[in-house]
Design a protein around this ligand. Structure first.
Ligand SMILES: [Fe+2]
Length: 196
């Protein structure tokens, strides 16, 4: 059974800020502030770290100023699944996910908060970086930010909960969906889970 327990974030995992000039922002945070570039999506995103976390800060080349989203850690995929139901049942608008980001290998979901201007990410399983062996990777923008392409599969965000075919009181189904999504993404067969 899905519990009605509210999410219990463990920490602030990362923030992503809008960048008018991605290169300038990256150079400043790398050369002046002393962060390290973990991965990039060329001409779209840069991910920087200051500890083993894949990124504590990211920049996205979209119109806007300040915060694009803040991401909070949950303990695991069960907690992430519960959070999706909890927020959906609360009437909050799901913007994307659940899915898995390529950069950082993060299981994620995005929701609007009550002011609808703030984008909230809940996440788990973020990649931990080995400083001695890590080589920054330039990700292809197409599909990299949602390896499962699960957003399209689950319908528009106005459908605030998971797909109707899912048994809403059966957490096992959600867990199976995570597994299928990962298996399909690994095979690279269209990056599209077949959940029916
Ligand atoms: Fe994020």
């Amino acid at each position: 059974m899905v519990t009605k327990q509210k999410p219990s974030p463990l920490s602030l995992n990362h923030v992503v800020l809008f960048a008018g000039d991605l290169r300038e922002q990256q150079t400043f945070y790398e050369k002046v502030i002393g962060m390290r570039v973990t991965d990039t999506v060329p001409n779209f995103m840069t991910f920087l770290r200051c500890n083993p976390n894949h990124h504590s800060c990211g920049f996205i080349a979209l119109p806007g100023r300040g915060l694009q989203h803040a991401a909070f850690d949950l303990a695991g995929r069960v907690e992430l699944s519960e959070a999706i139901f909890h927020l959906g049942d609360g009437g909050f608008r799901r913007v994307d996910g659940p899915g898995r980001h390529g950069p950082g290998n993060i299981l994620f979901t995005y929701f609007e908060d009550p002011e609808k201007k703030n984008l909230l990410e809940l996440c788990t399983e973020i990649q931990q970086i080995d400083e001695t062996s890590h080589q920054p990777r330039a990700w292809d923008a197409k599909g990299a930010l949602n390896l499962w392409n699960s957003f399209e599969r689950m319908g528009p965000p106005e459908r605030i909960s998971m797909a109707p075919a899912f048994a809403r009181d059966d957490l096992e189904v959600v867990e199976i969906c995570f597994s299928i999504g990962e298996a399909v993404a690994r095979r690279g067969s269209g990056n599209r889970p077949q959940w029916n």
